[in-house]
Ligand binder design. Structure first.
Ligand code: ACO
Length: 332
């Protein structure tokens, strides 16, 4: 089916990159009072990759991006736009331009987009609008986060959950349309459920002129609230996106959710009536990599040959903001 504009969208490549170092749950239990049994049974996570101080968001994101370009058979100079979904940029002014430079994507505009763990879905939707309007033909999306920088490593309720990584995807204008429908949502009134907030300390400059200087506080999360929110809102948003795609749940080949917690994946799949063999899951190896988790999981199943061109994927992200969203697309 072609959209009104007559411009279709194809997903032509994906890639990923993770740090070399990993910490398993047994190692985690040397850091905080926890156990492999507690973490694995509550979350499905068994280990996570952690970026060394010498690694950066930039290096991981650029590697994932290059892998996606290679799969798409493109060179970087063919890119019109780069969107980096991240909450942990190396530079608060944005890291997308650094990736643009490292790739040599000299013709591409580049910007960061922040929507926490929904960031990659929000980036897909943003890219789709540039393509539909005919503005751009070839867009690189990267989802990358290094949350290990911002976790309180003495807080067992949060530090066991997160890992670092990057994933990427190329979206291109095409004759037949494979980006079928989407829905994105936000509810800032519940912002306090999950924060990585700046804490200003007043500093007097001259006379009565004060500014707030300080630093970001570690991740704070109300786990049970986030769990309830995800299990209720994610099925709703997938159903809305499916309706827009004129598809039914039975026509989904793969459910690709943000990899936060296996129990959330199981509960969402059950509510939608999607069998377990259609649910993509790799959080056991990587933990919750925030904006990276969807393209990282996609890249693994595409390269393993499980997801084939034309397969219908229902992807959904959810997280801080609060934000949540779904995109239905055919791979390839
Ligand atoms: N090891 C051992 N015990 C722990 C640990 C741990 N790592 N963490 C918490 N506990 C203890 C608590 O202290 C508590 O003990 P108490 O009863 O003596 O006080 C007990 O376990 C139960 O704690 P709960 O917080 O109620 O545990 P729950 O079953 O809710 O599981 C979890 C916690 C896994 C965080 C769950 O709430 C969850 O998955 N929520 C969703 C979180 C999520 O997905 N966040 C990310 C989404 S957004 C984003 O990606 C940025």
């Amino acid at each position: 089916m072609l959209q009104e504009s007559g411009i279709g969208i194809a997903m032509t490549g994906c890639g990923s990159a993770v740090p070399a170092a990993w910490l398993d749950n047994t190692g985690m239990s040397q850091l905080v009072e926890t156990s492999d049994e507690w973490i694995a049974s509550r979350t499905g996570i068994r280990q996570r990759r952690l970026a060394a101080p010498t690694e950066s968001l930039r290096t991981l994101a650029t590697q994932a991006a290059q892998n996606a370009l290679d799969m798409a058979g493109l060179v970087a100079t063919e890119l019109d736009l780069i969107i980096l979904a991240t909450s942990t940029a190396d530079d608060l002014f944005g890291s997308a331009s650094q990736i643009q430079a490292d790739l040599g994507a000299t013709k591409a505009a580049a910007f960061d987009l922040t929507a926490a763990c929904s960031g990659f879905i929000f980036a897909m939707v943003t890219a789709s609008q540039f393509i539909r309007t005919g503005t751009y033909q070839t867009i690189l999306l990267v989802g990358a986060d290094v949350l290990s920088r911002w976790v309180d490593w003495s807080d067992r309720r949060t530090c066991v959950l997160f890992g670092d990584g990057a994933g990427a995807m190329v979206m291109q204008a095409a004759e037949s349309d494979r980006f079928l429908g989407f829905e994105i949502r936000s509810d800032g009134s519940r912002n306090e459920c999950l924060t990585l907030a700046f804490q200003p300390q007043p500093r007097e400059l001259v006379n009565d002129i004060r500014v707030g200087q300080g630093s970001f506080q570690p991740i704070q999360m109300n786990g049970q609230e986030v769990y309830r929110f995800a299990v209720k809102k994610v099925p709703e948003v997938i159903e809305k996106a499916l309706f827009r795609s004129q598809l039914t749940v039975e026509q989904i080949d793969w459910l690709l959710l943000h990899q936060a917690n296996q129990r959330i994946l199981d509960a969402v799949a059950e509510r939608l009536g999607i069998p377990a063999h259609k649910v993509i899951s790799n959080m056991g190896k990587y933990g919750n990599t925030s904006a990276a988790s969807i393209p990282l999981a996609l890249d693994e199943v595409v390269r393993a040959g499980h997801v084939k061109p034309g397969d219908v994927i229902a992807a959904a992200g959810f997280g801080a903001g609060l934000t949540w969203g779904a995109a239905i697309f055919k791979w390839g």
